[in-house]
Design a protein around this ligand. Structure first.
Ligand code: AP5
Length: 221
């Protein structure tokens, strides 16, 4: 277990590799992975009122209203598992208002990272992405192909993973990027264009150092 529970925010454009890196982070630090995109897709699939209110925006590649997402994530951050194991926020906060709401709720990260990936690579990653509805695992037809024919046959594609919609999603990301960076002056930028393992090694270096600092601060006072 890490010296203190990990409290990590991972930001970055759509399909920059956040979810992929979160697999490594949860394995390394035992923290609870909270992806607002996954939570919203589960609510849409279950047909809950929250899901019904979010579906149209998501399908169009637009952001869901701040109050909907903030309420959902702040409630989840109050869980006992989160208090014991720490947390990893994937896809939240995405606007200045969301970051301000987190701070107001007393939620302070010990590491904030953002993955830098250019738009041409984002489009290639989005259009080749497929997920396994049975395991939730995410693949890429070219960069991370499924292990066998059986898995390949059941893969599905997200409705917002088209070239047109990813451009809308990237524009939404860019609109809010400076507000997010302004809320987290210590945010570390990681070059996300490289192979998964190289990106993961850099991220792990940043988080290990941040957790060491947090543990030392706790001991010191
Ligand atoms: P969300 O699900 O968060 O989507 P996103 O931010 O667009 O991010 P993705 O899940 O598309 O990508 P990722 O960065 O996790 O990349 P991945 O690892 O899969 O949000 C969806 C929607 O929900 C939003 O549009 C919005 O409507 C709503 N929403 C969610 N949060 C919200 C919020 N806070 N406020 C308001 N609305 C919100 O990788 C992509 C592909 O590339 C995969 O196929 C992978 O195998 C491959 N890959 C990954 N890394 C590499 C690598 N290093 N090299 C080669 N290939 C790689």
């Amino acid at each position: 277990a890490p010296p203190v529970p990990a409290k990590i925010i991972i930001a970055g454009a759509p399909a920059s590799g956040k979810g992929t890196q979160c697999e490594m982070l949860t394995a390394a630090y035992g923290c609870v992975h909270l992806s607002t995109g996954d939570m919203l897709r589960a609510a849409v699939a279950a047909g809950t009122p929250l899901g019904k209110s979010a579906a149209a925006a998501m399908d169009a590649g637009a952001l869901v209203p701040d109050d909907v997402v903030i309420g959902m994530i702040v409630e989840r951050l109050g869980g006992e598992d989160v208090a014991a194991r720490g947390w990893l926020l994937d896809g939240f906060p995405r606007t200045g208002a969301q970051a301000a709401a987190l701070a107001e709720a007393g939620v302070v990260p010990n590491a904030v990272l953002t993955l830098d990936v250019g738009v041409d690579t984002l489009v290639r990653r989005v259009t080749g992405r497929r997920s396994d509805p049975e395991t939730g695992k995410v693949y890429h037809l070219e960069f991370a192909p499924p292990p066998n024919e059986e898995v390949a046959a059941r893969l599905v594609c997200r409705s917002d993973d088209t070239e047109d919609k990813v451009r809308v999603r990237v524009a939404a990301f860019e609109e809010h990027a400076s507000a997010i960076a302004g809320q987290y002056p210590g945010m570390v930028r990681v070059d996300g264009e490289r192979p998964v393992d190289e990106v993961a090694a850099d991220i792990k270096g940043v988080v290990d150092a941040a957790l060491g600092d947090a543990a030392a601060a706790e001991e010191g006072g």
